[in-house]
Design a protein around this ligand. Structure first.
Ligand SMILES: *Cc1c(COP(=O)(O)O)cnc(C)c1O
Length: 437
């Protein structure tokens, strides 16, 4: 290296901005300041090394070039963390926004408080909470029917996904499954004939994620409960989605409510805390006090009970049901309950705020999600952007918060159903910024 080169390097190094100066650049003001400072320090170290060994020239060390590289570095570093995302898929259920009061306290107190809320809200005599509804079903079967027979309709041998298949769950729980009826029609007398000395339970499974339409039949839950009581076998209803709200939003069709199942007289019900309920991942078991006590005393309970933070989050969600307005405050229900007019308005406002060439507002179809009302799409509206999968990928990767959307007909569909009114300006801003960087 000759003298001119060396003075050039010294010149370049002197010309580099300080960490603070570049971190305060207005073009980075939408990014978290701490991450910007951290990445600015890292970037400038790397740039200095590269200038010294001659691998970085003047044109790569300009302020503009450094800001662009810093922006990328901050994005990449944030991509590794858990973070808030914007749901523009139009699929309503399955995500929760609750403010958790993390005050510490005895686990038992939390458990009791949650059980008290559940019994108050549903009228069930007793309640326990475990990790998820899959665990709840296995636990109930093991505690109440292990080594004995469980009668179930052939029309309800569901696979939920993630390997949860009713026949396998029965086998895992040590129960003998007795199938009755046919795929489309099962009658009360089918259950009646199947009950024998080894029968422990009649099981009803909500066909969450599919529908059999046409020539089909199954006995009313109340009839099943009466039969179980007359013959001394317990009746267990695996409800799946767990609709707890007193009013059923129009978009949910015939989705069964928890309180209807209990009112029909079944002995035990179970459902997810994170489907239509809109709470944290957990499984809820409600039922007769003596049966719930047996379930709670089973050794498996200790292995599948949920942690304190989950209980705190569930408590916060249940308080909305007790003291608030779940259709307005639980995101999944609020999204499902929105009217087409309101959705058209949201999509139009988003489109205006985005002001992107080629964007249009189109009629769209969204879904309740979580296996609720799977056969019926909910009419919705979407802002459609040109670009397809490539643009969708950019929105997931570079937008902060990340934006999740649907891709169809080689375009990106931002469905209004799951976008909150108060978030529209932010959504427009992060999308514009992700598409321009
Ligand atoms: C979803 C579902 C389950 C499993 O619930 P998780 O909370 O996801 O474990 C079990 N049974 C039925 C009928 C379901 O719909």
């Amino acid at each position: 290296m000759d003298t001119t080169d060396r003075s050039d390097v010294a010149d370049l190094l002197r010309g580099l901005p300080a960490v603070d100066a570049i971190a305060r650049d207005a073009r980075l003001s939408d990014l978290p300041q701490r991450a910007v400072v951290r990445e600015a320090r890292r970037l400038l170290d790397a740039v200095r090394d590269a200038v010294r060994d001659g691998s970085l020239g003047r044109s790569d060390a300009t302020r503009d070039a450094l800001v662009a590289r810093l922006r990328e570095a901050v994005h990449a570093s944030l991509a590794q963390r858990h973070r808030r995302v914007i749901n523009a898929t139009g699929i309503a259920a399955g995500y929760a926004v609750v403010e958790v009061d993390p005050r510490s306290g005895q686990r038992n107190q939390r458990e009791e408080a949650v059980a008290a809320l559940l019994t108050e809200l549903t009228g069930a005599p007793a309640a326990i909470v475990v990790n998820n509804n899959a665990a709840a079903v296995v636990l109930v079967l093991r505690a109440l029917a292990e080594g004995r027979e469980v009668v179930v309709s052939r029309g309800e041998l569901v696979e939920i996904g993630g390997g949860f298949r009713m026949p396998d769950v029965m086998a895992q729980s040590g129960c003998r499954m007795v199938e009755v009826g046919t795929t489309n029609r099962t009658h009360l007398r089918d259950y009646e004939r199947a009950i024998g000395p080894a029968t422990a339970m009649l099981l009803k499974v909500h066909t969450s994620n599919f529908r059999v339409l046409g020539f089909c039949a199954s006995p009313a839950l109340g009839e099943l409960a009466t039969l179980g009581r007359a013959r001394g076998v317990c009746v267990f209803d695996d409800l799946g989605s767990g609709l707890l709200a007193p009013e059923v939003p129009e978009g949910l069709g015939d989705e069964p409510r928890v309180r209807d199942s209990l009112a029909a007289g079944v002995n035990v019900v179970s459902f997810s805390g994170d489907k239509l309920l809109g709470g944290p991942q957990c499984g809820i078991v409600l039922g007769d006090a003596a049966l719930v006590a047996r379930i709670r005393a089973h050794p498996l309970y200790r292995a599948v009970r949920c942690d304190k933070l989950t209980l705190a989050a569930l408590e916060a969600t249940l308080l909305i049901y007790r003291d608030g307005d779940p259709l307005a405050e639980v995101p999944a229900l609020r999204a499902i309950a929105r009217s087409p007019d309101a959705l058209c308005d949201v999509a139009t406002r988003l489109s205006v705020a985005l002001s992107i060439d080629g964007a249009s507002v189109r009629v769209s179809e969204s879904f309740a999600g979580s296996g609720a009302n799977p056969a019926r799409a909910l009419p919705s509206f979407a802002v459609v952007l040109p670009g397809g999968a490539r643009v969708a990928e950019r929105l997931r990767q570079f937008a902060r918060p990340a934006v999740f959307c649907r891709v169809a007909d080689d375009a990106v569909w931002l469905d209004a159903r799951t976008l909150a009114d108060e978030d529209l300006d932010e959504v427009a801003r992060v999308i514009r910024s992700a598409l321009s960087c």
